[in-house]
Ligand binder design. Structure first.
Ligand code: ADP
Length: 629
């Protein structure tokens, strides 16, 4: 019961998105009604075709009755003469004219109705997708840790697609079929009179079998979707993890896994088909029984001159036309169910609780000039599995212009600490201050404007070198980009690329070495020219030459900035003003390299195990870094 209510709530929310397209939707409904009306009119023409045009004894210039007034309680009387221009009053002319014009009008209504209903549907979905993307894009980091890329993509692509199908194609089809159903039911009642009541006994039969089939289809479709998701998972894993598959010679194993999943999908699909395909013959059978019964009764009615043969034919055609909507409603119902189900995933993301929220009265942070203070900072990650303590009681003051290196074993909390400064997460206790402002009191944009980040993993977009360096500053002039690239020692290799600064790089673009990618990231940070720098040094060693280029580029970047560096290189810790040793979420020692070598056993151990090993054979003394010191 509650799930039905939730379902209808979601449907209402979907409709709420459609409000901008209300005029289009209203016209679409009118057009759909037109389709039903003109279709019914065409069925009415079957009578005159039989009784007047084809009937050998048809008397010309007699009034051609479409709806017999003498039937039942209905005192409707509609003749073709009322509808067709008076110049055309001969039987064939009138029927031909009426047939062609009504078909044309039905066609226009059908086209306009489908177009407008689809416009309303696609428009609604476009707005919903835009909203969902904006909401996802602006979510805080914890949101992206909670939801995998696969589920987010699936919401943005597959779920939206399913809702789109229901809101556009299915909705427009449903409207037209609905009005066809109404019009044909009316016709059957008007034309059939008492005969129509015999059909009432078939209604429960049709209803029950449709429901049964519908339920079966829904179940098997859902199974099919699960199987499809299974296939997508295998594809995702083996395409992104292609190197591992190769390295472990797992191709055959993966093939077996894939083929088994594909076969499961096949059998799920076939189950849907076998349930769905029962519907059409079953409806035909029920129809045939109904018509056979009607034939018997019709025969009597015609013999008693209660009905003309043409009228009886029109009744049978109207009955046939009734099936189509009834048959399709099961499919539409199924599609709507899927759409409402899929919209749940979409609305769940939209409703997901936000962790990092900007206060309404947040102030803009001015240019950084004094210090960053971590005051009794504590932080824990919380997810479904529970709470994970990452930082405890961290006190640290970083003054403007300082270089602070963070060192410590893996998992100690270094990345967590630096991610608190751009407020990727909020502290769970204590506070972080920049120039005396609690980060939670300032605007996110002004805070992040002060900070440039160079991470281990260089993220390059599928765009030109120029746009990758100028990411976030599309209007910057070319000279500044050149300067930044030169300072990052990237200019030379960029010049050697096929199109220089216009070469497209990124996932599928130009191949770059690790060192080159790092220098592009450094150029990006130099161009951003933010006063605070957060640097997560790559752990993997580059060859000596690349290493020295990256180190020089970094020295240029760090010049005149306040830097917080997660350090893995001896040269970096040597260049730092102070080194903070972090262990199990706490700062256990702080001081210069020489001091820590004497006082901190952890630092001594790290020095021996980590810095010595990763260091390239020779780090040249660099003029720029000396200048910086
Ligand atoms: P470091 O950078 O020093 O290697 P991290 O800051 O990445 O350490 O991690 C600190 C601790 O927090 C580790 O125990 C790690 O397992 C945990 N952790 C890191 N990220 C998450 C997360 N998203 N969810 C839960 N625990 C996390």
């Amino acid at each position: 019961m509650s799930s039905t209510r939730a379902g209808s709530n979601r449907f209402l929310r979907l409709l709420h998105y459609a409000r901008r397209y209300l005029p289009a939707a209203i016209i679409a409904v009118i057009m759909a009604a037109g389709v039903g009306l003109f279709d019914a009119f065409r069925v009415l023409l079957v009578g005159p075709i039989f009784d007047n045009v084809l009937h050998p004894g048809g008397i010309p210039h007699k009034k051609i009755s479409l709806i017999p007034s003498e039937f039942g309680h209905f005192h409707l009387h509609l003749t073709l003469q009322q509808l067709v221009p008076s110049g055309l009053h001969n039987d064939w002319n009138m029927v031909a004219y009426a047939l062609v014009i009504s078909t044309l009008l039905k066609g226009i209504c059908s086209y306009a109705g489908t177009y407008l209903a689809s416009y309303a549907g696609f428009g609604t979905i476009t707005d919903l997708r835009d909203d969902l993307y904006e909401i996802i894009l602006r979510r805080s980091v914890s949101f992206f840790q909670k939801h995998t890329t696969g589920t987010l993509l699936s919401a943005l692509v597959t779920d939206i697609e399913r809702v789109q199908l229901a809101m556009s194609t299915v909705l427009s089809g449903f409207l037209q079929q609905f009005f066809t159903l109404v019009a044909m039911t009316a016709l059957v009642i008007v034309l059939g009179g008492e005969l129509a009541w015999i059909l009432v006994i078939f209604i429960p039969l049709v209803f029950i079998s449709m429901r049964r089939i519908g339920r079966g289809v829904r179940k098997s479709t859902r199974k099919g979707q699960d199987k499809l998701a299974e296939i997508q998972n295998i594809l995702h894993e083996t395409i992104t993890g292609n190197r591992i598959v190769k390295a472990f010679n797992m191709e055959s194993w993966e093939l077996v896994r894939f083929r088994a999943a594909a076969r499961r999908l096949l059998s799920a699909n076939m189950r849907t088909v076998s349930t769905q395909s029962v519907s059409s013959p079953l409806m035909d059978l029920i129809g045939a029984v109904a018509i056979a019964l009607l034939l018997k009764l019709g025969h009597i009615a015609i013999n008693h001159h209660q009905m003309k043969p043409g009228q009886f034919m029109a009744l049978i055609v109207a009955l046939f036309k009734l099936y189509d909507p009834v048959r399709r409603f099961a499919v539409y119902y199924n599609n709507f169910q899927q759409a409402v189900g899929s919209s749940q995933a979409i609305f769940d993301f939209i409703d997901d609780e936000e962790h990092v929220v900007e206060k309404p009265d947040a102030v803009a942070l001015t240019q950084f000039h004094d210090s960053i203070v971590l005051d009794h900072v504590g932080f824990h990650y919380s997810d479904e599995e529970g709470v994970k303590e990452a930082l405890q009681d961290v006190d640290l003051t970083i003054r403007r212009g300082e270089v602070i290196a963070l060192v410590g074993p893996s998992g100690a909390g270094k990345s967590t600490l630096v991610s608190l400064i751009p407020r990727f997460f909020d502290v769970t206790s204590g506070r972080v201050l920049i120039d005396g402002h609690d980060l939670r009191d300032v605007t996110l944009a002004s805070l992040r404007h002060q900070i440039a980040t160079v991470t281990q993993e260089t993220i390059l977009f599928n765009d030109t070198v120029r746009n990758n360096i100028a990411y976030g500053q599309p209007d910057v002039n070319h000279e500044r980009i050149l300067e930044a690239a030169k300072a990052a020692l990237a200019h030379n290799f960029i010049e050697q690329m096929p199109d220089g600064y216009n070469t497209v790089i990124g996932e599928k673009g130009f191949r770059l070495s690790g060192g080159e990618r790092q220098r592009l990231a450094i150029a990006r940070a130099i161009l951003k020219n933010a006063p605070i720098l957060i640097l997560d040094e790559a752990t993997s060693a580059l060859d000596a030459e690349s290493e020295s280029l990256v180190q020089t580029a970094l020295a240029n970047l760090m010049q005149d900035r306040t830097s917080i560096v997660i350090a893995h290189r001896l040269s970096t810790v040597r260049r730092a003003d102070r080194i903070a040793v972090i262990e199990a979420g706490r700062i256990t020692a702080i001081g210069s390299h020489e001091e820590l070598l004497l006082t901190s056993p952890t630092y001594q151990k790290l020095y021996k195990l980590q810095f010595m090993n990763i260091e390239p054979t020779k780090v040249p003394d660099l003029p720029v870094s000396e200048a910086a010191e």
